[in-house]
Design a protein around this ligand. Structure first.
Ligand SMILES: Cc1cc2nc3c(=O)[nH]c(=O)nc-3n(C[C@H](O)[C@H](O)[C@H](O)COP(=O)(O)OP(=O)(O)OC[C@H]3O[C@@H](n4cnc5c(N)ncnc54)[C@H](O)[C@@H]3O)c2cc1C
Length: 431
């Protein structure tokens, strides 16, 4: 039977980052159930269009991570872009984030939001994400944008989410920020600029693969079961004895693979149906992406690849948030998406030349106190048995690609007994 020091599960950003940062002498093997690497950072090239599994843009907080990746890429092919995004609200455009740009609303709605912001309920008990929104921003802002938009995205009631469900990704603004922004607009946000390679998100994956011996990655081979007491993993092709498992597969599925008794109803999530659409000519849109809160449009966000590299034909991604158990019939969704794009004014007499679709399942996990408590308890137990769960879905969290790289590098250093960390940074995942 094969024996490895590290059995890595998943050749996405997290698994490949771990493989990059363990010492070169380490004996590791990576299982990837797909036929190719990348996970959610895969890219599709079709009929002259370059598409990701929905827009995957890179926001670096750690310059050393950016350097590490860009040194392994053709730097001329990576653009740094100042973000331009807006909200489609009742046929007009409001800059994002909504709460800092209420002065761009019609006067009566602006006054309503301002009044509700000032007289928002003080001292209310804040237990959920929805409570947090009302307590911080008042009814007008919440009901015009934050609630409908986030309910479309998460496909659940915001009362079922923890007040910190979005961690640092929620654009907080207090009353002073909001009023200051009316006179002196400030574009600060976690993604005010982003980088993006001409070849799509897969270029970052290629950078992580550059120094790795590809034969150590077993494609089309999935982890199916782990006997933690014997330290043996059973894959779709063989049994492997391991010292450590480092898994980036979704946490709820890892619990099943490891035969850990658990309440599966604690771990809820949505899925996102993504359409990538290539048209015959440019549209009028200049933003990189737009947010769409109104429920009569089926999508919550539309992004424009052609506005990143100023290409000549409109190239879109469209994201639709769905409950996890919904059956996805693309033949029903595609005409609806095309119709809604017309109604939104994004397409006019455009001809669709090419399309691709994907379902991200899971996409946004529903973070609440119960799931977090159970996660931390069971993760500690699995770690004692040599099984480590990392990544966005392994960590059952909301985080970015960069967070995945930081977390994987920290674990690689911890397990290999190295004192220093390549990327010493803040904690990686919201707990
Ligand atoms: C709609 C959407 C938009 C996003 N946009 C951005 C963005 O713009 N910028 C950003 O920084 N982040 C973005 N993210 C987050 C980003 O996608 C993730 O942080 C990142 O891709 C997670 O990488 P990972 O390696 O942890 O997981 P994954 O990419 O999910 O990789 C896990 C891998 O494990 C494999 N696997 C699963 N089960 C098994 C098994 N049993 N055996 C073997 N292999 C298995 C999978 O096939 C997969 O390749 C977005 C996420 C979503 C949902």
């Amino acid at each position: 039977m094969k024996h490895v020091e590290y059995l890595i599960v998943g050749a996405g950003v997290s698994g490949l980052s771990f493989a990059n940062f363990v010492p070169r002498s380490a004996n590791w093997l990576c299982l990837e159930r797909q036929k190719e690497p990348g996970g959610y950072c895969r890219t599709v090239k079709q009929d002259g269009f370059v598409w990701d599994m929905s827009g995957h843009f890179f926001h670096f907080r750690h310059p050393r991570i950016e350097q590490y990746l860009v040194h392994r890429m053709n730097a001329d092919e990576v653009a740094t872009i100042r973000k331009s995004s807006s909200i489609l609200y009742k046929g007009r455009r409001i800059e994002f984030p909504f709460q800092k740009n209420i002065h761009q609303l019609p006067l009566d709605e602006f006054l309503e939001c301002l009044y509700d912001l000032y007289f928002r309920p003080h001292n209310m008990e804040v237990n959920t994400f929805l409570d947090m929104l009302y307590a911080r921003l008042g009814q007008g802002i919440v009901e015009k944008f934050l609630r409908p938009y986030n309910e479309k995205l998460y496909a659940c009631s915001l009362s079922s989410l923890d007040k910190e469900a979005m961690g640092r990704f929620f654009p907080h603004a207090d009353i002073a920020d909001i009023i200051r922004n009316m006179r002196f607009p400030d574009a600060a946000s976690y993604n005010a600029t982003f980088t993006y390679p001409r070849g799509g998100a897969i270029e970052y994956i290629r950078a992580l693969l550059k120094d790795i011996d590809d034969v150590r990655i077993h494609y089309d081979e999935s982890l199916e079961s782990i006997d933690t007491s014997a330290s043996i993993a059973y894959t779709s092709k063989q049994a492997i004895r391991y010292e450590h498992v480092v898994s980036s597969m979704p946490w709820n599925r890892l619990l099943e693979v490891c035969h850990v008794p658990h309440d599966s109803s604690l771990y809820t999530y949505n899925k996102v149906l993504v359409f990538n659409l290539g048209f015959d000519k440019k549209g009028q849109e200049t933003d990189h992406w737009i947010y769409i809160p109104e429920p009569h449009f089926c999508f919550y966000r539309v992004g424009f690849y052609d506005n990143i590299f100023a290409t000549e034909r409109m190239s879109l991604y469209v994201e639709i948030g769905l409950k996890a158990d919904v059956f996805v019939d693309v033949s029903v969704w595609l005409p609806r998406v095309l119709h809604d794009l017309q109604v939104a004014g994004i397409t006019q007499d455009h001809q669709l030349l090419s399309y691709h679709w994907a379902v991200l399942d899971p996409a946004y996990v529903h973070i609440n106190n119960h799931s977090q408590h159970d996660f931390w308890e069971k993760r500690a137990i699995l770690e004692q048995q040599g099984v480590y769960s990392i990544g966005r879905y392994g960590g059952w969290t909301y985080c970015s690609i960069e967070d995945n790289i930081v977390e994987a590098s920290q674990l690689a250093h911890r397990l290999s007994g190295l004192k220093s960390d390549v990327f010493v940074g803040e904690p990686v995942a919201s707990q």
